[in-house]
Design a protein around this ligand. Structure first.
Ligand code: A3P
Length: 304
């Protein structure tokens, strides 16, 4: 990239960094709001597989596993392009460096893997009309919050998160991009039997990746050998994905993702929140959590 392109990009990013809007009360990047009609009217296909997550729940990990399942364990094929190019992110209309997710998806031949962070009530209706399959990955709120804080620090396309103390309150009240963690995980959980939705937990993937890979294989109606399953597990381990330029986002320049601030593949563990939450914050969180999750048959493990 030449200097002129970089300068343009930096200007675009500065603009984006502070531009957030709302769609039906959900905070979303300004450009996403501007393009909302196009996004909402996106045309899904019957054999699409949608990966839906609240940000930082393990989207990229699930993406890589699902892609390898569709490629029947062919690692070379899985490395054909960076993860954000091979799995279009339909709710993002980013800076000039990556084409919009909608354009990428429309240009793609089937079978497509598609990524979204949208809460279920904002999902383009064509996914339901076409009865497309959805893999939803949920991660406990405390680890999501910590991961998102570091991500917002390094991702120049999202608002600067401010201090950890401020971020803690913003996250709890849902005033972060893509809105409330609570609405997200609960909304998708309640819909899991109404559509073809496989609801997976990040903590389960950490605990026993092979078990969760098998669930995904079955959900996609595939039959893969033990050797292929082992290859998938190996290629999608934290360390393998951290070293893989197609999954670690190192192909993006630092004006987009500044990985000197925080690596995209940061820790990949359960319970890192304990290194960041104060005792007082933990009490506030637990009280709020109890209120917001009351009556839900949805439980998360905050440690293993
Ligand atoms: P941390 O910041 O806690 O390390 P997303 O892809 O939804 O943005 O989620 C990113 C989070 O998933 C990061 O969490 C990242 O390290 C973690 N992650 C990515 N690939 C992983 C893998 N193969 N194993 C475990 N965690 C992974």
């Amino acid at each position: 990239m030449d200097q002129e392109m970089l300068d343009t990009l930096v200007k675009e990013l500065e603009k984006h960094r502070f531009s957030m809007g709302q769609v039906e009360g959900v905070p979303l990047p300004g450009d996403t709001c501007d393009a909302w009609d196009t996004i909402y009217n996106f045309q899904a296909r019957e054999d699409d597989v949608l990966i839906a997550t609240y940000p930082k729940a393990g989207t990229t990990w699930a993406q890589e596993i699902l892609d390898l399942i569709l490629q029947e364990g062919d690692v070379e094929k899985a490395m054909r392009a960076p993860c954000f190019m091979k799995v279009p992110f339909i709710d993002l209309v980013p800076n000039k460096i990556i084409p919009s997710g909608i354009d990428l998806a429309n240009a793609m031949t089937s079978q497509r893997l598609i990524k979204t962070h949208l809460p279920i009530r904002l999902i383009p209706p064509s996914f339901w009309e076409k009865n497309a399959k959805v893999v939803y990955v949920a991660r406990n709120a405390k680890d999501c919050m910590v991961s998102y804080y570091f991500f917002q620090k390094m991702n120049k396309g999202l608002p600067e998160p401010g201090t950890w103390d401020n971020y803690f309150s913003s996250f709890l009240s849902g005033e972060v991009p893509w809105g409330s963690w609570f609405d997200h995980v609960i909304g998708w959980w309640k819909a899991r039997d109404k559509h073809q939705i496989l609801y997976i937990f990040y903590e389960d993937m950490i605990e026993d990746p092979m078990r969760e890979i098998r669930r995904m294989v079955k959900f996609l109606g595939k039959d893969l050998s033990e050797d292929v399953l082992e290859t998938i597990k190996h290629h999608t381990s934290f360390q393998a994905m951290k070293n893989n330029p197609m999954t670690n986002f190192s192909v993006l320049p630092s004006v987009v993702f500044d990985q000197s601030i925080s690596a995209f593949m940061r820790k990949g563990t359960v319970g890192d929140w304990k290194n960041h939450f104060t005792v007082a914050q933990n009490n506030v969180f637990d009280e709020e959590y109890e209120k917001k999750m009351e009556g839900q048959d949805l439980t998360f493990r905050m440690e293993l």
